[in-house]
Write a protein that binds this ligand. Structure first.
Ligand SMILES: *Cc1c(COP(=O)(O)O)cnc(C)c1O
Length: 426
C-alpha cells in the first residue's frame, strides 16, 4: 500500500504546476523540512533583496532613504501594496510595519473604545498566547479587569472552535471581537467572512490575526469588511526570523486615531517638518511607529515577488492537495494499522489552513525520532506534531516520506529511545 502511494506522489509531483519554485529556495541539506508554518525558508530572491539593500547602505549611506532602488522611506508602503493580493486589501489598507504583537497592541488601542454598556473583548481560548497577553494588557490600560472583560470562547475538544458558539457570545456588552484566522495548534481555518458578517450585524468591530494563514490561504479582507488585521511574515511568507509584520486597516477606519503614535505614521510629505502636533497619514500607514528596520524588512520584497508570481490561488490549491494527501496517508497507512495516530485538523478543505496536526500520546518522542531521521516537523504540547508541507518548496514525495518515516518509527518502536523532555524551542 505504502509503495503504491509513493508512485501516486511522484505522479502528483510531475504534474505540479508550481514545481519550478522549489529550486528558488535554499533547502537545508539532508533534511526534509515540513516546518514552514513556524519559520519559512530563505529564497534566492529574498537573499538578493537583502544583499542589494546591504550594498545600498554600504555605497549610499543616508541617501538610501530616498535614492535606493526601492527608497527606504517608502519601503513600508510599497511592500504593503505588493502584498495586497494576498489578503484582498484595497489601496492604502495594508502597511508592512511593526511586529505581530506590537501591531496587536496598536490596533487594539485604537479599536477597543469601551462604553458603559459595551466594554468586553471577545476572543478565544485557543489563540496564540502572545495575542491574549496583548489583549489583557490593553484591557488593563483602559482600567478594565481582564478576568471580567476578556471573554474567551471555549473549545469543546481543546483543538477546534465552533463559529456558531463564537457568534452566540457576540452579545450587547461586547465592544470588540479579535480572533485567529487559522488556529496554530490544530490548523482549523475559521470562516472569517461569516464571523465578520455576524459581528457587524450586532454592531461590533472585528479583527483577525492571520499569521497562520497569510501566504497559504487567500483572504478577501476589504470585501468581507474585516475592520483590522495583522500577520507576521516569517511563516508562509518566508521573510526570515522576526521579519517585519503587516498591519491592515479597512478604509472605513482611515480617520480613526493611531494611539501608539510615532513619527513614521505622520503624513509623509510633512514628516520632516518635525511639528509637535501629530498628523497621522489617513491610511494604514498612519499606524506606523518607528523607522522601519530596512535590513530585516528587505527580504520581503524578493519573497513577495515569488508568491505573487505563483499566485495565492495556485498556492492554496497545491497546499490543500498536499495536506489532503498527508491525511490520506495517515488514514490508510498509519491509522488503520493501529498505530494510534489521529488528526485534529478539520478534513473539509474550507476549514483547513496550511498544516496538519497529528496527535498521538507519544507525540513528543515520535517527533524526536522524526528529527533524528532528518525531518524538521514541530511539536506542540502535549500531544501534537505539526506537519506543514509548503506549496512553494515541498513535494508530494516528501509528504510521503514523512508518513513512511512515521510508519518505520512505530513499527521499529524507534521513539522509545528518546527522553520525555522538551527543549526550549521545539
Ligand atoms: C506567529 C504568531 C505570533 C508571533 O508573534 P510575534 O510578535 O511575531 O513574535 C503571534 N500570534 C500568532 C497567532 C502567531 O501565529
Amino acid at each position: 500500500m505504502i509503495n503504491e502511494l509513493r508512485q501516486q506522489a511522484r505522479q502528483l509531483d510531475n504534474l505540479d504546476p508550481l514545481s519550478g519554485f522549489r529550486e528558488r529556495f535554499y533547502m537545508p541539506e539532508k533534511t526534509i523540512y515540513v516546518d514552514g508554518n513556524s519559520l519559512g525558508l530563505l529564497s534566492k530572491d529574498a537573499e538578493q533583496s537583502l544583499l542589494r539593500v546591504l550594498d545600498e547602505w554600504k555605497t549610499m549611506g543616508i541617501k538610501g532613504w530616498l535614492e535606493a532602488e526601492r527608497p527606504w522611506f517608502y519601503f513600508a508602503e510599497q511592500i504593503g501594496d505588493m502584498a495586497t493580493p494576498l489578503v484582498g486589501a484595497a489601496p492604502g489598507e495594508l502597511i508592512f510595519s511593526g511586529t505581530t504583537t506590537v501591531n496587536i497592541h496598536s490596533l487594539i488601542s485604537t479599536f477597543y473604545q469601551p462604553t458603559r454598556s459595551r466594554d468586553k473583548i471577545l476572543a478565544d481560548e485557543l489563540n496564540f498566547p502572545s495575542d491574549i497577553y496583548a489583549l489583557q494588557g490593553q484591557l488593563k490600560q483602559k482600567d478594565k479587569n481582564p478576568a471580567d472583560k476578556l471573554i474567551l470562547a471555549a473549545s469543546k475538544d481543546g483543538r477546534t472552535l465552533d463559529e456558531e458558539l463564537i457568534v452566540s457570545l457576540m452579545t450587547d456588552d461586547v465592544s470588540l471581537v479579535y480572533l485567529p484566522s487559522v488556529i496554530y495548534g490544530s490548523g482549523q481555518l475559521l470562516d472569517m467572512e461569516f464571523l465578520t458578517r455576524e459581528a457587524h450585524k450586532r454592531g461590533i468591530p472585528i479583527g483577525f490575526d492571520c499569521s497562520h494563514s497569510a501566504g497559504a490561504v487567500p483572504h478577501d479582507f476589504h470585501r468581507w469588511g474585516v475592520d483590522f488585521a495583522t500577520f507576521c511574515s516569517y511563516k508562509y511568507l518566508n521573510g526570515g526570523p522576526g521579519c517585519t509584520a503587516f498591519l491592515y486597516i479597512h478604509r472605513n477606519h482611515f480617520n480613526k486615531e493611531p494611539l501608539m503614535a510615532g513619527w513614521f505614521g505622520y503624513v509623509k510629505e510633512k514628516q520632516f517638518d518635525m511639528s509637535l502636533a501629530f498628523e497621522p497619514a489617513r491610511h494604514a500607514g498612519g499606524w506606523q511607529i518607528s523607522s522601519p528596520g530596512i535590513l530585516g524588512a528587505s527580504t520581503m520584497e524578493g519573497s513577495l515577488k515569488i508568491i505573487n508570481e505563483a499566485g495565492i490561488e495556485a498556492i492554496r490549491t497545491k497546499s490543500l492537495k498536499l495536506t489532503a494527501f498527508f491525511v490520506e496517508l495517515v488514514q490508510t497507512v498509519l491509522h488503520e494499522t493501529g498505530h494510534g495516530f489521529s488528526i485534529s485538523t478539520p478534513k473539509e478543505d474550507h476549514r483547513r489552513g496550511g498544516h496538519i496536526a497529528l496527535t498521538h500520546p507519544e507525540a513528543l518522542r515520535i517527533n524526536e525520532a522524526l528529527k533524528a531521521k532528518g525531518f524538521v516537523p514541530d511539536f506542540r504540547a502535549p500531544d501534537t506534531i505539526r506537519i506543514a508541507p509548503v506549496a512553494l518548496y515541498n513535494t508530494y514525495e516528501e509528504v510521503w516520506q514523512v508518513a513512511n518515516a512515521l510508519l518505520e518509527i512505530m513499527i521499529q518502536k524507534e521513539y522509545l529511545k528518546f527522553e520525555k523532555q522538551r527543549k526550549a524551542i521545539s
